[in-house]
Every structure is written in structure tokens, then in C-alpha cells.
Design a protein. Structure first.
Length: 98
């Protein structure tokens, strides 16, 4: 579970990131989750955009994806959301202590 300070730190990092993938009409699929799992292991923090045609809510979708991938929801703004998971093999992001 992230503290407020850690969440703020991750929001600052995510601010300069571009979305690396999109969720379309088909919604959250198994192949999407596999791709995102690999991206989280490599990058630790990932920004995803939701296409308007999918009619999904960003915050609900982010929480669902984070739960399935054992990741942490960071933020949702408009049709984009950010999730974080510490890499098991090569951690890069050093979170501040509480």
C-alpha cells in the first residue's frame, strides 16, 4: 500500500511519461494484461490511455487492472491512468519512506 508521500512522488514521475498502451473496445483482455505485466517488470510505472469508444471508467479500470497484476493504483486523470509495481529483478524507482 502506497503512502500519500509515495503516491505524490510517483505522480511526479508519471507526469512526464507518455501512455505506452491503450484499452479499446474489447476492454481488458488476457493478452493486454500479459503485455502490461511485462511492461511493469521492465519500467515499474506505466501510463495507459482508454479510448473513448470503450466507454470504460478510468479509475474503475485502473483499480481492476492493478488488482489483477498485483500492482498499485497511482492516479487517474481523464481517460488516462497510472499504475506502479516494484520490479522483482531490477528495481529502479526508489520510493521515499512514509
Amino acid at each position: 500500500m502506497l503512502t500519500g508521500k509515495q503516491r505524490s512522488y510517483l505522480k511526479g514521475i508519471a507526469n512526464s511519461e507518455k501512455p505506452i498502451t491503450q484499452i479499446g473496445k474489447s476492454g481488458v483482455t488476457d493478452s493486454f494484461l500479459e503485455q502490461l505485466d511485462l511492461a511493469l517488470e521492465a519500467r515499474e510505472i506505466v501510463k495507459i490511455s482508454i479510448l473513448e469508444s470503450s466507454l470504460l471508467d478510468a479509475k474503475d479500470t485502473a483499480n481492476e487492472v492493478a488488482e489483477q497484476l498485483d500492482a498499485e493504483f497511482v492516479q487517474a486523470i481523464g481517460n488516462k491512468f497510472v499504475i506502479y509495481r516494484k520490479s522483482t529483478k531490477n528495481p529502479k524507482i526508489q520510493l521515499p519512506k512514509s
